[in-house]
Design a protein around this ligand. Structure first.
Ligand code: GLP
Length: 243
């Protein structure tokens, strides 16, 4: 794992956007895996600016999102589908037919998960996957204890995740208890992975991640078996890492 530490959130966002920009310039038909949460918001803001300034186009890019709350309709303001449209897709030249996200309203999660895997395969896999990290070490919605060989599936959210994510909802009870998520094996098949972590709240888990060997109770540690992973942190998130 390559570790890059930036002074602050703005610089982290700039660096992440630059890496994505380079990937698109190298391959205009890039298959990009994207994440939600507060962390990539600054990156998306910079990507929108880069698009507006004519530096990049998403016209031929395909996007696969990591996860979606189970039971939320795509137009629900807290759904990840809505998040992506509101914070990135509606402001760039992406072709909506090239945007994929797990179906939070499916009545057959197993079938829908298989279909999601097949779609990714059809595009020859994800070229660059952007990840955040949960305070419990989850990636996507793969909570501690999830098998490293898991594929896209319906997952139960840890109570700490429900608590963390309740800041976006009226109260904790409104947070769905399940989500459709790419599995850990799905994520590991991406050719390149960029994990972003910002802020003091992530410092403990980031220090653990860097120290840990592969441990099923720390889902992000699965990334240690991948040979092209960059962990991009700001100083606060890196503050507990032992040198
Ligand atoms: C959610 C998402 C994850 C994301 C995590 C961290 O649980 N499912 O993909 O990485 O939140 O979010 P944030 O960036 O807001 O800290």
């Amino acid at each position: 794992m390559k570790i890059v530490i930036k002074d602050n959130y703005q610089e982290l966002s700039e660096k992440a956007a630059l890496l994505i920009k380079e990937a698109i310039l190298n391959n205009p038909k890039l298959v990009l895996g994207l994440a939600t949460g507060s962390t990539p918001l600054g990156t998306y803001k910079r990507l929108i600016e880069m698009y507006q300034e004519g530096e990049i186009s998403f016209a031929e890019v395909t996007i696969f999102n990591l996860d979606e709350y189970f039971g939320l309709a795509p137009d629900h303001p807290q759904s990840y589908n809505y998040f992506m449209k509101h914070n990135l897709l509606s402001k760039i030249d992406i072709n909506y037919d090239n945007f994929y996200i797990p179906d939070g309203l499916t009545d057959d999660p197993d079938k829908s998960s298989l279909e999601y895997e097949e779609k990714i395969k059809k595009f020859n896999g994800i070229d660059l996957q952007i990840l955040g990290i949960g305070s419990d070490g989850h990636i996507g919605f793969n909570e501690p204890g999830t098998s490293f060989s898991s594929r896209t599936h319906l997952a139960n959210l840890a109570s700490s995740t429900i608590k963390d994510n309740s800041r976006f909802f009226e109260n904790e009870r409104e947070v769905p208890s399940q989500a459709m998520t790419m599995g850990i094996a799905t994520i590991l098949e991406a050719k390149e992975i960029l994990l972003l972590a910002s802020g003091i709240n992530k410092s403990e888990i980031c220090a653990k991640l860097i120290d840990a060997s592969k441990d099923i109770m720390l889902p992000a540690s699965a990334l240690k078996e991948h040979d092209n992973v960059t962990i991009l942190l700001d100083k606060e998130a890196a503050s507990q890492i032992k040198t």
